[in-house]
Ligand binder design. Structure first.
Ligand code: HEM
Length: 159
């Protein structure tokens, strides 16, 4: 089943822009795994309170001190790494990967409607770390990539 918001492909220039912003995030902060994880979780739980229960972090005040954070922060960063490494001229293998990833998320307790909050939280985290270096064009490209990814993940969840 295809969603109405499905973006059919990612232009090579957009892919390169997102990949290069991601490299810059890593260079800006040597503790980028913890920093990104913290920002993403904070924002995700504000946007989608249901997500806190899914990650078993309901009512947690100091996210960074929670044991789940230490497991999940690298997962979140891996997730962006996975996507960025697949972006490029050949998107076919990325689509198969994203459908499988979406399907696995059913067993994690996520629903298709949860996916956009993760995209928005991740872009917020990247923007916060990049500061003024994150341009309007960067924001548009990241949004497009996450819409593309999450629409395919959602297709995988509905298979
Ligand atoms: C942009 C959307 C998302 C992407 C790209 C993504 C990606 C990933 C990846 C790569 C993993 C590692 C495990 C695997 O490969 O199966 C993972 C695990 C997980 N994800 Fe997501 N995810 C997204 C959205 C969400 C959302 C919205 C939720 C819940 C609200 C969620 C909950 C989880 C959970 C609970 C795990 C298991 C973590 C663990 O047990 O360590 N994900 N995700």
């Amino acid at each position: 089943m295809t969603t109405a918001t499905r973006i059919e492909s990612i232009d090579y220039t957009i892919a390169m822009n997102v990949s290069s912003t991601w490299d810059q995030v890593k260079l800006k902060d040597k503790d980028y795994v913890d920093r990104l994880g913290e920002l993403i979780f904070e924002r995700l739980f504000q946007l989608n309170p249901r997500a806190a229960a899914i990650f078993d972090m309901e009512g947690v005040e100091n996210i960074k001190e929670h044991l789940s954070f230490k497991t999940h922060a690298p997962v979140i960063v891996d997730m962006v790494d996975c996507v960025v490494q697949f972006l490029g001229p050949n998107l076919d293998s990325l689509e198969d990967f994203l459908k499988d990833l979406g399907q696995r998320h059913i067993s994690y307790g996520a629903k298709p409607e949860d996916l956009s909050s993760m995209g928005r939280a991740t872009i917020y985290a990247v923007e916060t770390i990049m500061g003024a270096d994150f341009t309007t064009e960067d924001a548009e490209n990241w949004t497009r990539v996450f819409k593309y990814m999450t629409s395919i993940m959602a297709d995988g969840m509905r298979l």
